[in-house]
Structure formats: C-alpha cells, structure tokens
Write a protein that binds this ligand. Structure first.
Ligand code: PRP
Ligand code: URA
Length: 207
C-alpha cells in the first residue's frame, strides 16, 4: 500500500492557508490555486520514469535523460480545472484528458457527465488532479474510468484530503500515490471537509 505524501513545503502551506481563508475571493483563489498546483506537481512527478539518451552539446557529447512515457494530465471537472494551467506550464508537452463528475448533494454519490481521455492509457504517466478528496467517491469513480482504459501509472494531486476519503480510495486502489497539502480532521454531516476550504468549485468560479 502506497503512503500519502503530505507536501509540507512552506510555500505550499502558505498558499493553502490563503485558500482556506474565507476572505479570499475567486480572483485570488484562482491565482493561488494555480501557484500551489505548480509547487505540488514538482513533487508528484518525481517518480516519472526516464530513459538515458545521448546529447551533443556545443562542446562535447554527453549523456542525459528524457521522459520515458507520454504524460496525460486529467483534471476532474470543475475544480480540477483550477490546477490545470499551471501544471501545463511545467509539462507543456502533456496531453489533457477530462473527467466531469458531480457529487449529488444528499446521497454524496458522484455521477459522471463527461469523459474525454486517450483510448489506451497503459503507456502514459497519468496525473489525476482534484483539489478536494472528501468521501473519496469522485476519486474512485475517476480511477474506475482510468483503470478501465488500461491506466497503470496514475498519481493523484490533491490539495485537501479527509481521512474518510483516503480510507475509501485506499480500499479500492491501495497502490495509488496520493500527493496532498493537508489531511484534515474529518467530514461534516454534509460531506464537507473540516476545516477544509469550503466548496472548491464554487470558490474558484464564484457560483
Ligand atoms: C467536489 C470536488 C471533488 C469532489 C470531492 O466536486 O471538486 O471533485 O467534490 O468530493 P468526494 O470526495 O466526496 O467525491 P463537486 O462534485 O462539488 O463538483 P464541482 O467541482 O463541479 O463543484
Ligand atoms: N467538495 C468540496 O469542494 N469541498 C469539500 O469540502 C467537499 C467536497
């Protein structure tokens, strides 16, 4: 079973606190979420496979590395979109897949309303992106889709996780590496993370 990596870098924690603050409006929330995603992706992609290559510098021939596999970044709509642009700044050659999921307010069950993914994910490094891991239903639904398309190398980049959600994801996908900035206390009776940051999609987009 893979452990959860909590990214404790001071810049990540500083930005997370800005995002938690209820006074942070959508404009700043978008900017800060992008900044924190860029910081987190550096850590989350550390295990990408590389292959040795020869390279000719202006002065000599030497050895270097290239990424072994294609990369696909998959934001879970809507809130995952807030992390996408800054990740693409760092991995500009990545492809982008989308999974649209909506958590029903009373049952908390996630239903899929959109899917746009490369057909054979077996050869890709997949970066699944969603700022919130609450009950874990959305992550498990996304992982079911990705696994059904043959994905073998997926890592989740998440901002705030609840212990309940981590347990649920672990029970379905014990080997999924989870990178998060915080594991919070618990879920409230409506399935929101405490202390959390509220509804990430609403705070990003203002609706
Ligand atoms: C939020 C969030 C996650 C999900 C987490 O999305 O962005 O995708 O809830 O909850 P879970 O772990 O209990 O499934 P939501 O369904 O509210 O959609 P939105 O991003 O479009 O607002
Ligand atoms: N989705 C969110 O955006 N926030 C939560 O706290 C739980 C689910």
């Amino acid at each position: 079973m893979k452990s959860v990596t909590i990214i404790t870098h001071p810049l990540v924690q500083h930005n997370l606190t800005r995002l938690r603050d209820q006074e942070t409006g959508p404009q700043e929330f978008r900017r800060v979420l992008g900044e924190v995603a860029a910081l987190m992706i550096y850590e989350a992609t550390r295990s990408f496979g590389v292959a040795p290559v020869a390279v000719q510098t202006p002065l000599a021939r030497t050895r270097g590395f290239r990424l072994r596999r294609e990369v696909v970044v998959v934001p879970i709509l809507r809130a995952g979109l807030g992390m996408l642009d800054s990740i693409l700044q760092l991995i500009p050659h990545a492809r982008v897949g989308f999974i649209g999921l909506k958590r029903e307010e009373t049952t908390l069950r996630a239903t899929t309303y959109h899917q746009s993914l490369p057909p054979d994910l077996g050869n890709f490094e997949v970066v699944l992106v969603d700022p919130m891991l609450a009950t874990g239903g959305s992550t498990v639904a996304a992982m079911d889709l990705l696994s059904g398309l043959g994905a073998k190398r997926v890592r989740l980049v998440n901002l705030v996780a609840a212990p309940e959600g981590i347990r649920r994801v672990r029970s379905h996908y014990p080997d999924l590496p989870i990178f998060t900035a915080a594991v919070d206390r618990k879920l409230n009776e409506k399935g929101y993370i405490l202390p959390g940051l509220g509804d990430a999609g609403d705070r990003l987009f203002g609706v």
